[in-house]
Design a protein around this ligand. Sequence first.
Ligand code: AMP
Length: 432
Amino acid sequence: MPGSHYQVTTPRLHHSVYSLTDSSDIGPDDEDLDARPSLTPLERLSGDMCKNKNTIKDLMIGRRVGFYKVRGEIGCGTFSRVKLAFHALTKDKVAMKILDKTRMDTQVQRLLSREISSMEVLRNPNVLHLYEVVETPSRLHLVLEYAGGGDLHNKICNEGKLSDDTSKITFAQILSAIKYMHNANVIHRDLKAENVLFTSSGCVKVADFGFSTRISNHNDFLDTFCGSPPYAAPELFRDECYLGPPVDVWAMGVLLFFMVTGSMPFRADTMGKLRRSIISGAYSIPPWVPGPCQRLIKGILKPEPSERHVIDQMLGCDWLLPVEFPWSLVPSEPAGPLHSLIESDWGELEEEAEVRNQMEELGFTAEHLQNNQLKDCRNPVTGVYRILLHQAQKRRGCDSLPVVRGMVRDPKREGLRAYRGLRHTSKLCVLS
Ligand code: AMP
């Protein structure tokens, strides 16, 4: 088939690498296909991808990639372009990160394989989901959850600092994501406002795992300087090697400072001055920042990593005490609300049956599901499975926002839809 060489591991695959159906199921052209109501959506799509001239042309010019219809550009990174796309079967909106293989040197390849392997092991409501990877002869496409609410950096640059309550809600979700990642032995190493995305309802999605690394335990030393200098911990400039978790914690301190003040704690016009100011730990918090938040920032931005707050101290801080997470996110027997939320595997089993039924309705057979194991991200069956599973989890409330007890929201500023959604979440649990 044009534009791709990924394989679908199914015994019924005979005539096309895209096809999930036997060629004998497929009629001569699109009109004939549509005239056969017995065809499943999958059979119809596979038929189009093999025989329909327009679909084949779209595949050749990149307007279609695998099972996705590709639309306009929504962002641009150092090595990639990000486009909006739709899954042709589930109709879901996704973000497609496109990398030109011919322009990827070994360093970019390494970053990309880190990004994929970290995202593969992470499944948390505040970590951007990777649904599928589609490879064509010239390009790699990362099919990602769509975050339509922009990023934290632009939000603060356009609208100014966040209110205390919005900062709490945003920071609690970042904290939840990082706690989860560290528990899974993944260190992000590039936390910054540009990598904190929002869905259209305001749910935080930590993104961009290109600099992330997997460690075997929290005492493993690392030695590569990664990330953005204004967010870099002093030990990155000072020492030959460093521990992973405190480096992410420091970046969270910089993020928190940026959220509540609208400015960065360490600023300088040269790299040398920035380095010196970070190493000396010299910054000043405006006096109007509430005391509990000031104490949290001071506990995080300690130049000595061993004196710096650990995640559990941050979870238990006074400033976050009034934050409540919806019960819908907590598994049936919570040991401690946020901790169990973080450690939960999202009740996959509960939703699995529902998703398998939906896949059968689309035309995937038990054989497809069994043969593909639904674990290989370079497989279109896995892509459909993950998209539908995430949809089911969202219906269960996995993208609901935490709330701050006693908070009165301004719907115009904070997002009316998120607010309305929360009013229907009657049971809440308290953070930490
Ligand atoms: P990146 O290459 O990951 O740095 O992404 C470049 C830009 O694309 C970001 O700054 C975002 O504006 C946009 N972008 C990346 N991923 C997504 C996503 N999942 N949803 C929406 N926009 C995204």
